[in-house]
Design a protein around this ligand. Structure first.
Ligand code: NDP
Length: 274
């Protein structure tokens, strides 16, 4: 993997974001430090964390320990549900910056569309963006109706929507809506949380001399979807990043997309209680 412009997506405000990043959900603060440093050493240039993951400080230490300039790494964090609302979100973001040990983050997201709160949270993100403390802002787990709702009530269109996306959940209508409004989609749980034992994926892996994980990550990128696989296993860090040297055919892309079952491994954004 090399960090060049062709491996980046251009957000609606011109900011470049790597197509591939490291996700660190369920990674402890200590392990995050080590894993982030290792990931940067093997070529990752984007890290996806969140206040709720409890590892922003470790992520910050890992980036510092890598010795790579801060402006070479794209850092995403998120406002947690309990911190939603205008004033609460502003305060939570200051805490995130302190933990990350960064003045500016690259992308700040509203983690979930908490009913009655997310519009005010978005107003805080607009202010943070306007003041220059986040290079880009976006949302996560927003359905079309949530996006339509904030469109009517706010100035700035989210630049990114980070949602569960993988071969068993292809999110066609949502991706079409996002494409029409120039909202880039990021895939969370891209590897189906490790459930990769699907015959078609294994077959394509053998054909391309790649792993099933690499096939799925390549399918994300060819779909124009940013992807943030999580691993703390050093060999898998390298494996998951090694997806820029082969191509799936249109027919293979279609076959993978046809695996869709609208199956979620995580919560439903229209029915969550946290
Ligand atoms: P993933 O789909 O990335 O899968 C991670 C699991 O797959 C781990 O068990 C990992 O094991 C395993 N794995 C990683 N690479 C390979 C490989 N090459 N071959 C086989 N198994 C592999 O799951 P996540 O749920 O962690 O999603 C990724 C990221 O998305 C999160 O870390 C987080 O940053 C973000 N996210 C965001 C959410 C949101 O609401 N916005 C919700 C959920 C996730 P091991 O680590 O042991 O190698």
């Amino acid at each position: 993997m090399t960090a060049n412009d062709t491996n980046n997506v251009i957000l609606q405000n011109g900011v470049q974001m790597p197509y591939l990043g490291l996700g660190v959900w369920k990674v402890t603060d200590e392990v995050a430090e080590n894993t982030v440093r290792q990931a940067i050493e093997v070529g990752y240039r984007a890290i996806d964390t969140a206040t709720a993951y409890g590892n922003e400080a470790g992520v910050g230490r890992g980036i510092t320990a890598s010795g790579i300039d801060r402006d070479q790494i794209f850092v995403t964090t998120k406002i947690w549900n309990g911190h939603q609302g205008y004033h609460e979100a502003l305060a939570a973001f200051d805490d995130s910056r302190t933990k990350l040990n960064m003045d500016v983050v690259d992308l700040l997201l509203v983690h979930w569309p908490v009913k009655g709160k997310y519009t005010e949270t978005w107003r805080a993100l607009e202010e943070i963006y306007t003041k220059g403390y986040a290079r880009a802002i976006g949302v996560s787990n927003f359905q079309i109706h949530h996006l339509e709702d904030i469109a009517t009530k706010s100035e700035i269109t989210p630049m990114v929507n980070q949602v569960e996306f993988h071969p068993l959940l292809t999110q066609e209508p949502l991706r079409q809506y996002c494409s029409m409004h120039n909202i880039k989609v990021t895939a969370w749980s891209p590897l189906m949380q490790g459930n990769l034992d699907i015959p078609l994926l294994q077959e394509l892996a053998a054909k391309h001399n790649k792993s099933a994980a690499q096939i799925v990550l390549r399918w994300d990128i060819q779909n124009g979807v940013i992807t943030i696989p999580k691993t703390t296993t050093p060999a898998r860090l390298v494996e998951n990043a090694n997806v820029f040297d082969f191509e799936l055919t249109n027919d293979e892309m279609t076959q993978i997309s046809a695996l869709n079952e609208n199956k979620r491994f995580g919560p439903d954004p229209d029915n969550f209680n946290f």
